[in-house]
Design a binder for this molecule. Sequence first.
Ligand code: PMP
Length: 446
Amino acid sequence: MPQAAMPDRLGHGTNRPPPRCGRGSARALLLIQGPSHPTAGRPLDYHRLIAARALGIDASGIRRVFDLASQLEDPVNLSIGQPDFEVPEPIRRAAVDAINAGRNSYTVTQGIEELRRRIAAQVAGEFPRWQPASGEGTADGYQCLVTSGVSGALLLAILACAGPGDEVIMPDPAFVMYRHLVTLAGATAVHVDTYPDFQLTASRIEPYLSERTRLVLFNSPSNPTGVVAGAGHCRELAELCDRCGVLLVSDEIYDAFCFDGEADPGGGEAGVPGADETAGGFVSPARYSENVLVLRGFSKTYAMTGWRLGYAVGPAPIVSEMTKLQQYTFVCAPSMVQVAGVTAMKVDMSEHIAAYRRKRDRVVEALGGMYELTRPGGAFYAFVKVPEPLGLTATAFVEKAITEHGLLIIPGHVFSLRDTHFRLSYACPDATLERGLGILEHLARG
Ligand code: PMP
């Protein structure tokens, strides 16, 4: 019988015979059939088969919330991380037309030409000092990769740049996926405390930079805090990362959801109108450096969370490694969704954004007086401190909210090493938000 090819450490196949199995612990789960197999007749020990990288991920915090929630009949759900509006009709039509026109095959790994051209136009408008790479394998300029959501881009970026012995800096609190992806890559997550204003500033990061640092993960507007970084912070951060030779990864999935001031697409020099700290609109650190990996998505802006589309633009040597990894994992982003993405980028979402601004204002108005709340400038979250006189951890507060009032919110420790705050999402109908705010007002009184 021919031996199965076993990959060696470089990933090349060999024809070495597989090592014979040792005796697993006796968990009677499944019997392997076939007299010639070395483990024939022995129960399969699934636990032995699970790699440390999977076991190292603890999803119990969020699972507990969902378990409690599943027992509720009519929950007031302020826990959802996706818009409550529908995907705009022209985008849905574009996807259906693409399917009917036969755009159903694999695409090139880097993404279809139409969408990449549209992204390049966006980059040219926003980051005038960025130049496209002159060709494959070049060290200069930027490259673009269309991905399966920003999650796909994050995974590829972290796998491409960080491994055992390497460190990845991230804010605390941060989007839950960050630390788990770093664990998955075998690298070490370094959490930089950003309480109470939730700004990941250069001066907060600097003490944690070392020879081992590979990446800094930055997210503005932020999940879970809704905080938006100003131009000054973005500039200092980009300059620090440049100086120290680490890659700044800017997760800009909520870029469309910025509520204070005009989004500033300008040339990005300090002193330019709109580029100051107080403008309040969206600013990318990529305005200040070509060495930033920008990750953007369609999930939040167009409510396309299930469609799985995003992209990465940044230094060609990094993006080309990510492209190679995508080739052997995701292969490509969904073909018809890529076609619809071209249409999406032309759709005006300002009415939906204005509605979310009003919901944000309502949250600040209702909770501002009774809870400690750092004003959220964007995304659709608020990260609210549990009042100290209540003497409750966030986990205990959230359990009370769920079990006694049917209000679903997420305890801070899901995102953080601390358990003092909770995240509420106002991506919900106004009536649901009002019910939730009423319950929170009641809970604050103890
Ligand atoms: N980054 C952040 C900060 C997020 O909140 C999310 C989704 N909740 C993602 C990335 C992933 O988004 P997607 O994969 O749907 O593009």
